[in-house]
Design a protein around this ligand. Structure first.
Ligand code: PLP
Length: 456
């Protein structure tokens, strides 16, 4: 398996050819998922004692399996939070794999970690956090949020009074599901300020004022959102920072989706207050055009994360020795062995320069405004709210939830587009509506027009 022979040379050429075709192809269909039984019937047994051979396995991938995945970078994939990795980043993802770098400790990964840190310094500079702030790349926003919550909790527990107390955090009901999920993993209670709109200073203060004495003692962190997944809404970061400072609470901002927009001059002011956070989540695999997976967690005081996450073991002592001295990413988040997943971002940033990132993010924002205008001008659809960041919520007049579901499947089945419904709360009821989220700068006005027309 580890030999270099003619089969390996041929496989390498096949893989490179496939990769070049895939990244240079601008006209491809949205894939259609099939049931596992259907896929099994198409490809048969692939894991056998003798192996089916690379050529056959790759053939099965090309003919059947790759057609059953949705290319998230399709310009008419506007569901969830899409992705649009740059070609430079994708190419360097191959280099990252080929280089077999262990990205946990400087001793083994210095060159790769150096590059990651160059990219991280740029991200940190976008936040305006004070000198000394720094971060690490994680597998995504979920892992970043968990790493931050655990850091906050461990810091809180340094006070002997809290040693055996169960922690409590507050966020809004518009926060991403991963906040609630990660509170479960960290075994802390969570309270929600009931709003899918902006979590305001007042709303948060009212929630804190309503806590019992026991709850107030257990409260250690507030999680604000810098761009909600559903609607692109940014909480009142300055107001929330005021409260966190007055009440001595950890201030975490989940900007997994919206964080990319920090680079865009047109909306940067909406994030004012972010520079006062204790920790921030930003996902480069969302709006910084990195391939999956690449999240990031940033701390105002990274030494607190180190206290919470640094692993101890006799087999790890050498990494902490003076001779191996350097930045060890494992110390700042939950994972030990890790891919240097910030390396593709570094290469792409180095290749294109940060101005091109600014332009690409501004294009996503502009596409949301274009979509808003097209919706206002079409009689069969209407805006649910004005576009926020790159999210647009709109309704097809007269449709019920089943109509949206049917339309979504029909578009996917024909390979045309993937736009999925969501729910938006107006008053006390949830309405099913349609949602665009723009990331890909290759999406065109014509794409949006075609999608809206398909709702007629
Ligand atoms: C605001 C927000 N936070 C967290 C996450 C979770 O990130 P990931 O899927 O990278 O774990 C998402 C994903 O869409 C998100 O939009």
């Amino acid at each position: 398996m580890h030999k270099i022979d003619i089969d390996l040379v041929e496989m390498t050429l096949d893989v490179m050819k496939y990769t070049i075709d895939r990244v240079s192809n601008t006209k491809f269909d949205i894939g259609i998922p099939k049931k596992a039984e259907e896929l099994k019937a198409l490809v048969g047994e692939t894991i056998t004692p003798k192996g089916v051979g690379g050529e056959y396995a790759f053939d099965m991938w090309k003919k059947h399996l790759s057609k059953a995945v949705v290319p998230i970078d399709h310009p008419r994939h506007l569901a969830f939070v899409p992705a649009s990795p740059t070609r430079a980043a994708i190419m360097f993802d191959l280099v990252t794999s080929a280089s077999s770098i262990h990205g946990a400790y400087w001793m083994e990964g210095a060159g790769g970690i150096f590059c990651e840190n160059e990219a991280m310094s740029w991200i940190v500079s976008l936040t305006g956090l004070p000198e000394g702030a720094f971060g690490v790349f994680t597998s995504g926003g979920t892992a970043a949020n968990l790493s931050a919550i655990v850091t906050a909790r461990e810091h809180w527990r340094e006070n002997a009074v809290h040693k055996t107390q169960r922690g409590l955090i507050i966020t809004s009901s518009g926060a991403h599901s991963s906040i609630k999920a990660m509170a479960k993993v960290a075994d802390v209670d969570i309270l929600l300020v009931e709003t899918e709109d902006v979590m305001s200073e007042e709303g948060l203060q009212d929630c804190i004022n309503s806590l019992s004495k026991d709850q107030r003692e257990r409260l250690f962190a507030i999680v604000a959102t810098g761009g909600t997944t559903n609607a692109g809404i940014i909480d009142d970061l300055t107001g929330i920072a005021n409260i966190c400072e007055q009440e001595n609470l950890w201030f975490h901002i989940d900007a997994a989706y919206g964080g990319g927009a920090l680079v865009a001059d047109s909306v940067r002011h909406l994030f004012n207050g972010i520079e006062r956070a204790d920790s921030i989540t930003i996902d480069p695999h969302k709006w910084m055009f990195s391939p999956y997976d690449c999240g990031a967690v940033i701390y105002k005081q990274p030494e607190l994360a180190k206290k919470a996450h640094s692993q101890q073991g006799s087999y790890l002592d050498i990494f902490k020795d003076e001779g191996a001295h350097g930045f060890n990413p494992t110390d700042y988040q939950i994972q030990l062995t890790r891919r240097v997943r910030g390396l593709p971002l570094w290469f792409s940033l180095a290749t294109h320069g940060t101005n091109r990132y600014k332009e690409a993010v501004e294009r996503g924002l502009e596409l949301a405004q274009i979509a808003g205008r097209l919706i206002k001008n079409a009689p069969h659809v209407e805006l649910v709210r004005d576009p926020s960041l790159s999210c647009v919520l709109y309704r097809r007049i007269g449709w019920n939830p089943e109509d949206y579901t049917h339309w979504t499947y029909e578009n996917q089945k024909s390979g045309f587009a993937l736009v999925t419904p969501t729910k938006w709360k107006s008053g006390n009821t949830y309405e099913t509506v349609s949602r665009f989220c723009f990331i890909n700068p290759d999406t065109t006005e014509e794409d949006i027009k075609l999608i809206l027309e398909s709702m007629k």
